[in-house]
Design a protein around this ligand. Structure first.
Ligand SMILES: [Zn+2]
Length: 136
């Protein structure tokens, strides 16, 4: 899909979805350029770089991996649902602080494992919420 088509689909659907999900307090920016270093990531279709305290986010889409309108809407929904579960980032932030203020570091295997479990749980709850929303 080309960038213009992708942008059009986002323009037609984002506002309605943001309102439905109650994300009106967020400053949401959409980006259609592939971030550096993601050329070889075969799973990347979209990602969100969010700051939960200031409620600002940049959601990036990879036009090369989004072939249909249905897929674009699905990725848009997934990235927006990430904002709903963003409050769990407080746990990661606290764990980060804890490791930084002790003799451990965030490269410690204990932190790496905890962070992997955290990331996995975030993806699972995001998928579950999306599954529920898709049935409505
Ligand atoms: Zn995700």
């Amino acid at each position: 899909m080309n960038e213009k088509e992708l942008k059009h689909i986002i323009d037609c659907n984002a506002e309605k979805m943001i309102e439905k999900l109650g994300l009106g307090e967020w400053q949401i920016e959409f980006n259609y350029e592939i971030p550096d270093g993601n050329d070889k990531d075969v799973t990347f279709r979209g990602c969100c770089g969010a700051h939960f305290q200031s409620k600002r986010v940049i959601i990036t889409f990879d036009p090369r991996k989004l072939a249909t309108e249905e897929k674009v809407i699905s990725v848009l929904r997934h990235e927006l649902v990430h904002l709903i579960v963003m409050t769990f980032r407080r746990y990661r932030h606290a764990a980060h602080k804890l490791f930084e203020t002790t003799s451990l570091s965030t490269t410690d295997p204990a932190f790496v494992v905890l962070d992997a479990v955290f990331q996995s749980a975030i993806e699972e709850i995001t998928y579950d919420i999306c599954r529920i929303l898709e049935k409505q």
